[in-house]
Design a protein around this ligand. Structure first.
Ligand code: NAD
Length: 493
């Protein structure tokens, strides 16, 4: 069993109070034991991050020096790509092939981007003033950043935040998810072993939302909170942070619609949406959860998705041929099954899958539901599991009405070979992230975020780095006299 420790001020600190365990969801075996960090650990981590920030050794060094540290970390993470990918497979059930190709390699690429970003922190000087006035806006790091992540990408989601925060000159405290403490600790081990970061610049705490998360959100020494997770937790964090006006960004849930028009390239579309729906058991915020299909294609789409779902290789996540592993936890499994049952009670019919007969393991095969009412809960709420709904539409306005009929606004896609139609629909989809004729392409260069109940702020790209900046306006007057001198000369006697 792996013993996970907290990382505070450059030291690994074993827990002294309560512990919790993480499990291998494929076998049920205990994988790690990690500390439930309480108020004392939170105080120590914030003090270490605060000291490292206020001392200036990280925030005031040149961007090129911060870049060098991030590049060193990227190289070490790349060298450890296989063992870390295997650890993620064992701790959350995501297949090792996907971890290698997307999660860890993706995180390495992001660190290299953020290294570049550290050298591109730019403000601006206005050219519209009198030439003797130098009026400018300067980027400064926001301070101590609390980074809260979920379990579905325990390394990559941490790097999206950590890389951006470090590039901006912030110091950071990462809180891992209670489902995947060992996977995120493996990233922080690379931070430590790289020797590239002064003590206190990066810290790690493990523990659940309460008490660990709450204590960090409430701590006055934390300047910025960046959260990825469910909408309910995001709202709670924002409410608490509002009491002290801490800077907050939130990446929350989604209910991804794919609008499939009659002129879509159907084979390509069916491959992509089936992959998009069931890749690692639908446990991705931009998993495809609803197909909104031209009525004329409905039966063909159901048939095509069902046929492909049957072929998906499900099994041991350490097997390189497997594409779908177990659900990450019993909680997530039960949630997905309860939504399948809810869908049936709301009138949906099963095209494939349905409630499992044997619920003893956490392997949950794909379920496709047809005919669910568009105003029902299963059609509007996030499942975060391998459950795909298929609706049909008569015309574009109905397609958009169905697609936009949720409180979320994260991702969506449009499938049409008519570029005018595709763009018309893409602009009217009320989500912040749209794919046309594809799924799951993401680049660190373009920023990402959600609207409505899917969140606030951006991640990735330079906009993602700006989330960790605090702007300072600076005005320098080089004229020989104060510009309001006449005010004193004209004073009433
Ligand atoms: P969750 O909200 O239960 O937990 C997320 C993190 O918040 C965990 O580390 C948890 O310990 C912590 N937390 C819980 N309560 C807290 C509190 N009161 N204060 C501070 N921290 C607290 O979510 P989850 O089940 O871990 O993750 C699944 C969710 O994440 C889904 O809704 C999914 O859509 C979302 N997600 C969103 C994105 C995105 O980029 N928009 C990416 C991945 C996952």
């Amino acid at each position: 069993m792996i013993e996970v420790k907290n990382y505070i001020g450059g030291n690994w600190i074993a827990g002294s109070g309560d512990f919790f365990e993480s499990y291998n969801p494929a076998t049920g075996e205990t994988l790690s034991q990690a500390p439930v960090s309480g108020a004392a650990e939170v105080r120590a981590a914030v003090a270490a991050a605060r000291k490292a920030f206020d001392a200036g050794g990280w925030r005031w060094i040149k961007g090129s020096a911060r870049a060098a540290a991030l590049l060193k970390l990227a190289d070490l993470l790349e060298a450890r790509s296989r063992p870390i990918s295997e650890l993620i497979a064992r701790e959350m059930g995501k297949p090792v092939t996907i971890n290698m190709a997307r999660e860890v390699e993706g995180a390495v690429d992001k660190l290299r981007y953020f290294a570049g970003a550290a050298r591109f922190l730019e403000g601006h000087v206005t050219g519209s003033t009198a030439p003797e006035l130098w009026d400018m806006v300067l980027p400064e790091p926001a301070g101590v950043a609390a980074l809260i992540i979920p379990w579905n990408d325990p390394v990559d989601l941490a790097v999206r935040k950590l890389g951006a925060a470090l590039a901006a000159g912030c110091t950071a405290i990462v809180k891992s998810s209670e489902v995947t403490p060992a996977s995120t600790a493996a990233l922080i081990e690379a931070v430590h072993d790289s020797g590239a970061f002064p003590p206190g610049v990066v810290n790690l705490l493990s523990g659940p939302g309460q008490p660990t998360g709450d204590a960090r959100v409430d701590h006055p020494g934390v300047d910025k909170i960046s959260f990825t997770g469910s909408t309910a937790t995001g709202m709670r964090i924002m409410e608490r942070a509002a009491k002290r006006l801490a800077k907050v960004s939130l990446e929350c849930g989604g209910k991804f619609p794919a609008i499939i028009c009659a002129d879509a390239d159907l084979e390509r579309c069916l491959d992509a949406v089936t992959y998009g729906a069931f890749m690692y058991g639908g446990q991705s915020c931009t998993a495809c959860t609803r197909l909104v299909v031209d009525r004329r294609l409905h039966d063909k789409v159901v048939e095509g998705v069902v046929e492909r779902s049957r072929k998906l290789a499900m099994g041991d996540p350490l097997d390189p041929k497997v594409l779908v592993g177990p659900m990450a936890s019993r909680k997530q499994y039960d949630k997905a099954v309860s939504y399948i049952r809810l869908g049936l009670s709301e009138g949906a019919k099963v095209a494939i899958g349905g409630p499992p007969k044997d619920e003893s393991s956490l392997f949950l095969p794909p379920t496709v539901l047809v005919g669910a009412p568009v105003d029902g809960r299963v059609a509007r709420e996030e499942v975060f599991g391998p459950v795909l709904l298929i609706h049909s539409f008569e015309d574009e306005s109905e397609a958009l009405a169905i697609a936009n009929n949720t409180p979320y606004g994260l991702g969506g896609s449009v499938w049409s070979q008519d570029i005018s139609r595709a763009l018309r629909l893409a602009r009217r989809l009320d989500v912040a992230d749209v794919w046309v004729n594809t799924h799951y392409i993401r680049h660190v260069e373009t920023s990402f975020g959600g609207r409505h109940h899917s969140g606030l702020g951006r991640e990735l790209g330079m906009a993602g780095v700006e989330e960790y900046l605090s702007w300072k306006r600076l005005c320098i007057d080089t004229r020989s006299e104060f510009h309001l001198k006449s005010w004193f000369e004209g004073a009433v006697r």
